[in-house]
Write a protein that binds this ligand. Structure first.
Ligand SMILES: Nc1ncnc2c1ncn2[C@@H]1O[C@H](COP(=O)(O)OP(=O)(O)OP(=O)(O)O)[C@@H](O)[C@H]1O
Ligand SMILES: [Mg+2]
Length: 274
């Protein structure tokens, strides 16, 4: 790690003491459909994420995972319940959080570097500082030689790395990630999971991570929240007590396999429920 990164890490860790805490209390959500019906998406969801914790949400398709993430980030409201981030009620998107989506949505007319700089530009950060931050992050994700390339010239895995760098550039306390590796091939996925594990261990961000992938959830997380079919409820809050830093060989440890099997048992129960 460069001295620069160590500095960023220390600053993030101290600033995180309280501000990175997420509390979700009794959150329920309904959507109105065109036919005047209501879809009950989430039912009395409650959990807490401590500062610096990595928590995954896994559950059947349509159970409300993305909706929950959007509510926590303040992109949509809930019909009941409350979300607190850093002890304050969430009423809209806050600059302390950054979202990474499955479809990266890089700006096609901007180079890699200028995509990473985007959030800093919006905050009025000067050109030299923006560039220094972007170049440091591009080096970290191994894409410095693609700084002047456009998104269309990058592979899916590279684009996802740039999306992550763009989110990290504004030094958010919280990272919200919605199936960021869902569209990638198996090999690229494993590589990016390893990189993400290292990055979050370095930067000590609070991460709420939505995934369909049981192995990914166990590998990355301190806790895995398993959700039921719609209306989504939390079936179990599983603690992943595997040592960090985690390297690929942890995937073969008996405890890893046991945890993955346990998540599968819970999800399999939901497959039969509908
Ligand atoms: N804007 C919306 N308007 C109406 N219904 C919606 C809206 N957003 C989500 N829903 C419904 O709410 C439910 C939960 O959707 P959500 O996208 O949160 O599920 P998910 O768990 O993320 O699914 P997936 O795993 O397929 O991504 C679904 O039935 C969906 O159709
Ligand atoms: Mg979703």
């Amino acid at each position: 790690m460069t001295a620069d990164l160590q500095h960023v890490r220390r600053a993030a860790a101290t600033g995180n003491e309280m501000s990175g805490r997420i509390e979700v209390h009794g959150v329920s959500k309904w959507f109105a459909t065109k036919g005047g019906e209501h879809v009950h998406a989430l039912d009395s969801i409650g959990f807490t994420v401590e500062p610096g914790e990595f928590v995954s949400i896994i559950g059947p398709s349509g159970c409300g995972k993305s909706t929950l993430l959007r509510i926590v980030h303040g992109l949509v409201g809930a019909e009941a319940g409350e979300v607190l981030v850093g002890g304050k009620p969430v009423t809209g998107p806050s600059p302390s959080g950054a979202m990474v989506f499955q479809s990266v949505n890089l700006y096609p007319w901007r180079t890699t570097r200028r995509n990473v700089e985007f959030g800093l530009e919006m905050r009025g950060v000067g050109r030299d500082e923006r560039r220094a931050t972007a170049d440091r992050l591009l080096e970290m994700i191994g894409l410095q030689s693609f700084a002047d390339a456009y998104p269309s010239q990058l592979s899916g895995g590279m684009q996802q790395r740039v999306g992550l760098a763009r989110a990290l550039a504004v030094d958010p306390t919280l990272l919200y990630m919605d199936e960021p590796f869902g569209a990638l091939d198996a090999q690229t996925k494993v590589v990016l999971q390893g990189e993400l594990a290292l990055i979050v261990e370095q930067f000590k961000k609070t991460v709420l991570f939505v995934t369909h992938d049981m192995e990914e959830a166990v590998f990355l997380s301190d806790r895995v929240l398993v959700m039921s079919n719609r209306p989504g409820q939390i079936l179990e809050d599983i603690t992943v007590d595997l040592p960090r830093p985690r390297a690929d060989d942890v995937r073969r440890s008996p405890e890893f396999v046991r945890l993955k099997d346990h998540v599968w048992e819970l999800l399999r129960g939901e497959q039969h429920a509908e």
